[in-house]
Design a binder for this molecule. Structure first.
Ligand SMILES: [Zn+2]
Length: 214
């Protein structure tokens, strides 16, 4: 069995600008860390994309045919109409995770809401913690949205706690599959949060394993 050399690519647009480029570094670091850990059991590479990676820039960098195989999550600075942390739509899966919702959820999770720009040492510390939680939250939400992308090809039980869904096996709720991020997800990375065993793990494995795809 040969692992498929796919890469995840991040397109960070709009969102981080509002908090100044320099301030966003801890978020992006934590985001990549959380997402890499989410897929550390699988043959997957996680990268940050250039903000405007396009088909043509892929072509220019000799990344074809990888370009068409890349899973991409767009981190968006738009305020979503329904207040959800992320969504995946379209005939070819298009995924968004929303920065402002992650910030709001991080404030609730850490019970911190420092003034901006920070005035005191306490404010600076709280802001740093918030930005790290934002990154972890976006990373975990991205893993969830990628689960929806996998569901286009393989059966994976996403949003299972939505009405009419089936509860998780053995009551394990510390998984990527449920709908709606909890505060807990802004502090935890793999292995504390993980794909459900065995069904979720199996589906993700299948998705990335060439022998299942051909
Ligand atoms: Zn979902």
């Amino acid at each position: 069995m040969r692992a498929r050399p796919l890469a995840f690519v991040f397109l960070s647009v709009f969102a981080f600008v509002a908090h100044a480029q320099a301030q966003s570094a801890p978020s992006i670091c934590k985001l990549l860390d959380a997402l890499r850990k989410a897929f550390s059991q699988f043959p997957v590479t996680v990268e940050r994309a250039a903000p405007h990676d396009s088909f043509w820039s892929c072509l220019k960098n000799w990344e074809l045919p990888g370009c068409v195989g890349l899973q991409r999550i767009n981190v968006s600075g738009v305020w979503p109409g329904d207040g959800s942390g992320g969504e995946t739509t379209g005939i070819a899966a298009l995924s968004f995770v929303y920065y402002w919702i992650s910030l709001q959820n991080s404030q609730a999770a850490l019970k911190k809401n420092p003034v901006y720009p920070p005035q005191t040492t306490e404010d600076i510390k709280a802001l740093a913690q918030l930005l790290q939680a934002v990154g972890v939250g976006i990373g975990n939400s991205s893993a969830h949205e990628l689960g929806h992308q996998f569901a286009y090809t393989f059966r994976i039980n996403m949003d299972r706690n939505a009405s009419g869904g089936t509860p998780c096996l053995k009551g394990d709720s510390n998984v990527f599959e449920p709908i709606g991020a909890s505060s807990w997800q802004y502090n935890q990375v793999y292995p504390d949060i993980h794909w459900e065993v065995p069904d979720g793990v199996c589906a993700v494995q299948q998705y990335f394993d060439e022998s299942y795809r051909n």
